[in-house]
Write a new protein. Structure first.
Length: 147
């Protein structure tokens, strides 16, 4: 998807390479995972549900049953400096698949317990984010009446 497909009144979150939050009318992905912009700001976003994804952003899901999307998020979040260091390009720094595949973490660790604990915390965070998004939309509708 491109930025022209954003619609602040859209039904689905739209994740781009920008830090801000956007919405769109259709979704391109459904699931739980981590989104990282392919260019610019490499800070990850934990997502779940249906959403639109910009063409220069990655949706990453765990391929290893030892850990969940919440642990994957923490691995990426704690390695943003590493991603900045291995990004390619001279003017606009970009991430490629090898950048994610080379993130250092304890491969032999069993992350199942951590996954279980983080998953409950992330579920609560996601619920709060959804509530916050609804309140922001209500505020926007209210303010349109006056401004």
């Amino acid at each position: 998807m491109n930025l022209v497909e954003q619609n602040q009144n859209g039904a689905y979150p739209f994740y781009t390479r920008n830090v801000g939050s956007f919405f769109c009318d259709k979704y391109t992905h459904e699931g739980t995972g981590v989104i990282v912009a392919g260019e610019g700001n490499f800070s990850p976003k934990f997502v779940t549900g249906k959403f639109g994804l910009h063409q220069r952003a990655y949706f990453i899901t765990p391929k290893d049953s030892r850990f969940s999307a919440s642990v994957l998020f923490e691995i990426i979040e704690n390695n943003v400096d590493f991603l900045n260091a291995v990004a390619v390009g001279s003017t606009v720094r970009s991430l490629r698949r090898f950048c994610f595949e080379s993130i250092p973490f304890y491969e032999d660790a069993d992350f199942r317990l951590l996954s279980a604990e983080l998953d409950s915390v992330f579920s609560y965070i996601v619920a709060l984010q959804k509530e916050s998004a609804l309140l922001k939309r209500e505020k926007s509708v209210l303010l349109r009446k006056y401004f």
